[in-house]
Every structure is written in C-alpha cells, then in structure tokens.
Write a protein that binds this ligand. Structure first.
Ligand SMILES: CCCCC/C=C\CCCC/C=C/C(=O)SCCNC(=O)CCNC(=O)[C@H](O)C(C)(C)COP(=O)(O)OP(=O)(O)OC[C@H]1O[C@@H](n2cnc3c(N)ncnc32)[C@H](O)[C@@H]1OP(=O)(O)O
Length: 300
C-alpha cells in the first residue's frame, strides 16, 4: 500500500473532480499502443503509462521551447495528479518531445505587463507544480534531452534522479540572476540539496548555465548518456529504484524532503506576495523586457 507523503496535496490551482473527463479525446486509437500501454494527452503534455512495469513517460510537447506558461503548469499538475492517483503507476520519466530543449523555464510573458492578480495566480501554479513533484510518491526521473535553464532546471532538480544527454550545445542551471531576478528560497533549497551549499551559492550568484560535463561534475545531473541511450537508461534507473519496497522508499524520500517542503508550505502565501511585489516593480519589468529583446535579437 503506497504511503502518502502529503495525503491531501494543496490543490488550489485547478477545479477538482474532473480528471476522468480530461484528455479523453486524446486517447490513442486502439492498435497503436501495446495492450499494456495507456495514454492520455492534452495540448502541451503527452503521457504514456506502461501498466506492466508501472512506469509512465511524460513528454513535454509545447514548442518552440516548452516554456512554463500558466496553461502548461495547469496541465502538468493535472497530469501529475492523475498519475499519482493511478495505482498502476509507480514511476515517472519526464522528458521532452521538442528537439534540443527540455524546458526553457518559466514563460517570461506570464511575468511581463500583467496584473498583480495574474502574477499571484501564475506563481501559485509554479508552487503547485513544485509541491506535487517534490512530494510525489512515484519514483521520478528527469531524462533531460535538451537545454534546461531556470524553471526547466528546477523541474529536473525536483525529480529523484537526473540523466542528461551529452551534447555540447545543451546547458542547464538556475540563471535567474542573469535576468535580473532572484531564484526564490525553495528553488535555492532544492538546488542546495542536490549540489551542496558552496557550489549552489557560486552558481546562483553568477546565474550560471552549465555545460553537460560541468553539470555532471558538480552533481547537478547524476549521469550523462548519448541521446540514443537516454530512454533505456531512464527505464533502467526507475526499475532499480522500484525494486525496493514502496513504503520504505517513499518514507525515506519523505524524510529527506520534509524540511524543505514544510518550509515552503509554511511560507507559501508570503512567497506569493514577495513574488507579486518583486515582479511588479518597474525596474524588474524593464530587465525582463530587455532580456526578451536580447533573446529575439540573438535569433536575427
Ligand atoms: C526577493 C524575493 C524574490 C521573490 C521571487 C522573485 C522573482 C521570481 C523568480 C522567478 C524565477 C524564474 C524562473 C524562470 O524560469 S525565468 C525564465 C528563464 N529562462 C531563460 O532564461 C531561458 C531563455 N531561453 C533560452 O535561453 C533559449 O530560448 C533556449 C531555451 C536555450 C532555446 O534556444 P533556441 O532553441 O535557440 O530558441 P530561441 O532562443 O530562439 O527561442 C525560441 C522562441 O521562444 C522564446 N522563448 C525562449 N525562452 C522563453 C521563455 N522562458 N519564456 C518565453 N519565451 C521564451 C524566444 O523568445 C523565441 O521567441 P520568438 O520565436 O518569438 O523570437
């Protein structure tokens, strides 16, 4: 019997009671998937569950860069809830269906030129995503097949294990400082837990985006593999973790993560207010606009 880490997740983000209706239209037609496979999908995420192994693969499919918009985050949370409540699912591999990008992080458009109410709703969705993933009973593995800055890196850090594809063009890290913004305390705590205080402090202050070998060296990713080996490796890692009794693994995970999770939950509303006040400042809006301009110029 799975042990619930947080029996009743703080589901304030989306209306309850509709997971069964959601995604039905996107069910695969019979014959396309093996009998032991179930799939559901929405606009931005595809999930395939292999009921024989108990492992689901979640693929981000929101081109061009899988940015974490409010819609994306809502669909992500609904997908997580659906899997968490499915007794057939014990493990989750998160990866990208968009070439060369795992996730570009929070959608900057959601943080520019919007109302305070919108910023609060958006930030609550970011928190919700992290709470659900960080407290998940499932074994979670990030199969990072592309660049993964800021919020994309946070998703990977929130998983139990990170495997990244070796590619000289891919980068990963919490680069918020480079945008003139600040990674909040729970981004920082999640990062510190993975790489240690000294490495995290330097990386955060400089807003570093690490190459794949460097990310491996500092412990930001656990393993590096060629692209063609990624899915096989991720499946092997989940199988290894699932070989342990669920209750022992889940209680250990809960114990290891409790302090960080409790700290966040205790300061959740305050964190939303901090975000809204911070992001509403003219100077921060200007920094973000300039960063978006820079991204666009880089293309031309
Ligand atoms: C003291 C109290 C503090 C309290 C809290 C306060 C503050 C809040 C902190 C908030 C934390 C923020 C976390 C974040 O995640 S911020 C987002 C950071 N993300 C990035 O810096 C990534 C930016 N993107 C890239 O570096 C690249 O796009 C790439 C991911 C490496 C992919 O490169 P490439 O394949 O060359 O694609 P393009 O650069 O050409 O991009 C394609 C189009 O996508 C647009 N884009 C890219 N990233 C984003 C994004 N994050 N949001 C929105 N849009 C994005 C890009 O502009 C291109 O658009 P276009 O086609 O219209 O030009």
């Amino acid at each position: 019997m799975p042990v619930s880490l947080y029996a009743s997740p703080p589901g304030v983000l989306f209306p309850r009671g509709s997971p069964q209706e959601w995604g039905q239209a996107a069910r695969q037609p019979p014959g396309l998937l093996p009998a032991q496979c179930r799939a559901f999908s929405n606009n931005k995420i595809l999930v395939e569950l292999d009921t024989s192994s108990g492992v689901a693969t979640m693929k981000f499919k929101s081109p061009p860069v899988n940015s974490l918009s409010l819609d994306f985050l809502t669909e992500f949370c609904i997908s997580l809830e659906k899997l968490e409540n499915d007794r057939a699912c014990r493990g989750l591999i998160i990866t990208s269906a968009v070439p060369r990008v795992f996730s570009s992080g929070l959608d900057i458009n959601e943080m520019c030129g919007k109302s305070r109410e919108h910023y609060a709703e958006f930030w609550r969705a970011v928190q919700e995503m992290w709470i659900r993933l960080y407290s998940s009973n499932m074994v979670t593995v990030a199969a990072i097949n592309g660049s993964s800055p800021a919020g994309g890196c946070l998703i990977a850090l929130t998983c139990d294990y990170r495997i990244m594809v070796e590619n000289p063009k891919y980068i990963i890290g919490l680069n918020e400082a480079q945008l003139g913004i600040v990674a909040p305390f729970w981004f920082k705590d999640t990062f510190v837990k993975a790489v240690g205080h000294r490495v995290a402090e330097r990386s955060l202050q400089l807003g570093l985006l690490h190459s794949v070998p460097e990310a491996h060296r500092i412990g930001l990713v656990d393993e590096v593999v060629p692209e063609e080996k990624l899915q096989e490796k991720a499946a092997a890692v989940v199988a290894q973790w699932l070989a342990l009794p669920d209750h022992a693994r889940q209680l250990t995970k809960s114990m290891m993560r409790k302090a960080v999770l409790d700290h966040m939950l205790a300061h959740r509303e305050e964190d939303i207010q901090n975000f809204v006040n911070f992001i509403s400042k003219d100077s921060i809006q200007k920094s973000l606009s300039m960063y978006m301009e820079m991204l666009k110029k880089k293309k031309s």
